[in-house]
Design a binder for this molecule. Structure first.
Ligand code: B12
Length: 293
């Protein structure tokens, strides 16, 4: 993927004059770095922020390094409701249509959907339908494995469009010990990055002590644990309880979520949040006003 764009490339991508783009930069509406030779360079993430906030249509997404959007020719994502977007995403995942799947997530994001809306809506719903295929079709397990990989790639690409400052506060988390699920924790990271925070995703099967070390190391301002599978809920609950004193001493909140999070029977504590959805996480983070860079 392209990392930076010249004013000419951005202008071509959105169908305006190069001088307009240069003016937006000079007026401070669009952030740009200068090369050694004094040329303006705009990051792809900043370009995405700008077109998203101003609802500017992309005429030539390929020039901006977002060629996947051209795979969606004929689909007007602006007019898609969440269930239609989910149905379409499901079809792309089931059929192994990688470019279309990535393009759809890009398109929804550029149309102004928040990352939480994309994950709680089309991504979750499409994956839930994918998870039912094995009961009906001999190819179901093949489709499920392929779809999961495509969904992971699509979410990864979406993350690469999110603008996060090098100075932003760190957050860290992963899927709980014994939990092999990749997407939920990755989605948490994407939601936090969508809120401008740096997010270090430790991935599947993260031991609680590893998470504790990471929190200290990065001076993390928030931690998360995703629980899609709890083979031994009582042990997992004890793991979480052991983490809490150190977190409370630092004032770092821990958000535990995922389909089996409630099974742990965690007690009420001031800095412990049990979140059911990404929308709840997003609301929590907005409310905390964690330092941005
Ligand atoms: C992909 C998948 C797999 C993949 C995982 C690959 C990988 N490494 O990631 C593989 C193939 C390995 C797999 C294996 C199995 N799976 Co499976 N799997 C799924 C599937 C299709 C999608 C899961 C997913 O990623 N969803 C996308 C995420 C984003 O959605 P979500 O988990 O619902 O999370 C949402 C919320 O919970 C919340 N959230 C999640 N985490 C967090 C964290 C925080 C902090 C917050 C605030 C919120 C939050 O936000 C999310 C968005 O709204 C589900 C179907 C489903 N309904 O989810 C089945 C599903 C979970 N699997 C199921 C089963 C049965 C299995 C197996 C037992 C199958 C088998 N016979 O081998 C094994 C068990 C694996 C194990 N060790 O436990 C069942 C579970 C049934 C049950 N009652 O628990 C399901 C529901 C499928 C089904 N309909 O039968 N699976």
């Amino acid at each position: 993927m392209k990392q930076v764009l010249s004013p000419r490339e951005l202008a071509e991508g959105i169908g305006v004059s190069e001088s307009s783009v240069k003016r937006w930069v000079d007026d401070g509406h669009l952030e740009a770095a200068k090369t050694a030779g004094g040329h303006r360079r705009i990051s792809v993430q900043e370009a995405a922020r700008y077109v998203r906030e101003r609802s500017i249509p992309l005429l030539r997404p390929d020039v901006l390094g977002l060629a996947e959007l051209t795979a969606l020719a004929g689909v007007d994502s602006l007019s898609l409701h969440s269930d239609e977007a989910a149905a379409r995403f499901f079809e792309y995942l089931r059929a192994g249509a990688e470019a279309e799947a990535r393009g759809l997530l890009f398109s929804l994001f550029l149309d102004g959907w928040s990352v939480a809306e994309i994950v709680d809506g089309p991504l979750r719903a499409a994956m839930a339908r994918i998870g039912e295929l094995w009961t009906k079709e001999p190819s179901g397990v093949f489709w499920e494995h392929r779809a999961t990989q495509i969904a992971i790639q699509s979410l990864g690409r979406l993350r690469s469009l999110l603008k996060v400052s090098d100075e932003a506060a760190f957050t860290i988390g992963g899927a709980a010990s014994g939990d092999p699920y990749i997407l939920p924790s990755m989605a948490v990271a994407a939601v936090l990055e969508g809120e401008g925070l740096r997010a270090v995703n430790l991935g599947a099967e993260t031991p609680a002590e590893t998470l504790a070390l990471g929190i200290e190391d990065l001076d993390a301002k928030l931690a998360w644990l995703s629980v899609s599978v709890a083979v031994n809920p009582r042990r997992l609950r004890d793991d979480v309880l052991r983490l809490l004193p150190a977190l409370e001493a630092r004032g770092t909140p821990l958000v535990v979520g995922g389909v089996h999070a409630k099974k742990l029977g965690l007690p009420k504590r001031e800095l412990l949040y049990i979140g059911g959805s990404m929308a709840e996480l997003e609301a929590l983070v907005k409310g905390m006003k964690l330092a941005r860079g």
